[in-house]
Design a protein around this ligand. Structure first.
Ligand code: AMP
Length: 372
């Protein structure tokens, strides 16, 4: 099987690593340069979308901000999965909110802003505090404003008006959700409609960027999340791995956003679950049976932000696994991650505590927060 992945970042790289034992070959399409590259070495192996499509058995995506003309061409080939509708919804908060409403899953009350009048109406309707997000192009907390006070309205409007000048842009104004924590559910839906999900992960973001994900075992919350996951996946006739990010408000979940792809909060499955999310995505889109998703042992994932090396002595600790992405170093950039496994939750916490002594706060903020 030959799978073409739209996008040539770390997610395509980890799909390639997971696909090799199944004889699934991956090539990655860099949508900016229109080159086909090897997902690990990044060596150019071809040019042009038509060529890329022609040589693929299946086409999928590792990110959602893909030009719609590229998606439409892939759709026409009949080879694209999960569905272009899901990718488009993942890249446009207007479509995403409409999709969540149509699937009947709880999400923050919202309204769409295009003009100053809309903004004033949103303040009446949604109220203050309010979270404002650009409909297009936002990720990792970028393109967002928090309106906490009436006095900030003019300043925030000036900034939003600048963002609104770009083509087809809009602002989604959401009620502020007083969540107690953030969790996410990663799962897969097969071609036959079968749905499997991993245990929920509890996520700690710092400055809008994921720093730590820990798999949790909370049956009631898990059942709620699975029901919402199934509703969204079915409404899209989705095939592949999908992630839902939730706000947990005292045990009641509300969907924050969807990611129509393998997800950072599912990287722990590489060492902590029977079948990792990358393999399950490939199994789903290639039409193979889905792999078991049960957790093997307590596991957490720590993102490596803005560092391209760690002390190799880390690798001497059992249960600690390094995953580098081979990217050029930039401040705050996701450069790799560390999966940490243990025999019990208490031992996992001890390992995270020990790691916080050697991994600096600037690059690994959440382990410092939880062990402080
Ligand atoms: P997002 O890009 O939508 O995931 O937002 C980035 C982060 O902002 C989330 O992980 C939350 O911590 C926070 N956030 C987003 N939307 C809301 C909301 N409606 N209420 C409270 N916090 C929010």
């Amino acid at each position: 099987m030959h799978v073409l992945v739209l996008g040539a970042g770390q997610l395509a790289r980890m799909m390639a690593l997971a696909g090799a034992p199944l004889n699934i070959e991956i090539s990655a399409f860099d949508v900016t340069s229109e080159t086909i590259v090897h997902p690990l070495t990044k060596a150019v192996i071809g040019h042009g979308l038509d060529n890329a499509i022609h040589t693929a058995d299946v086409i999928t995506a590792e990110f959602e901000h893909i030009p719609h003309d590229v998606l439409d061409i892939c759709e026409k080939s009949g080879k694209f999965l999960p569905t272009t509708q899901a990718i488009k919804a993942g890249g446009d908060r207007r479509l995403e909110k409409a999709l969540l409403d149509a699937a009947g899953v709880k999400n923050a009350q919202y309204t769409i802003i295009q003009t100053r009048e809309d903004f004033d109406a949103a303040i009446d309707q949604v109220g203050i505090p309010m979270v404002l997000k650009t409909a297009l192009g936002g990720y990792d907390g970028k393109g967002q404003w928090r309106l906490k006070d009436q006095q900030e309205v003019d300043r925030i409007w000036a900034e939003m008006a600048e963002a609104l000048a770009s083509h087809n842009q809009a602002i989604v104004a959401e009620e502020f959700v007083p969540f107690t924590r953030e969790v996410s559910l990663v799962g897969a839906r097969g071609k036959n409609g079968e749905v499997v999900v991993y245990p929920l992960a509890e996520n700690i973001h710092v400055d809008g960027v994921l720093s730590l994900s820990t798999a949790i075992d909370e049956p009631q919350l898990q059942a709620q999340a699975k029901q919402m996951f199934t509703a969204v996946a079915q409404s899209l006739d989705y095939v592949g791995v999908l992630a839902l990010e939730f706000f947990d408000v005292n045990g009641e979940l509300s969907v924050n956003e969807i990611a129509p792809r393998v997800h950072n909060s599912g990287h722990w499955t590489q060492q902590g679950a029977e079948t990792c999310q990358f393999e399950n995505h490939l199994r789903a889109v290639c039409g193979f049976p889905l792999g078991a998703t049960q957790q093997l042992r307590p596991t957490a994932m720590i993102n490596i932000l803005g560092q391209d090396q760690v002390d190799s002595s880390l690798m001497a600790t059992s249960g600690v696994h390094l995953h580098w992405y081979g990217k050029e170093k930039r401040t705050g950039r996701k450069m790799g991650h560390i999966n940490v496994c243990a025999d019990s939750q208490a031992m996992l916490f001890e390992k995270l505590q020990a790691l916080s002594k050697v991994l600096p706060k600037a690059h690994y903020p959440a382990i410092h927060q939880i062990t402080a």
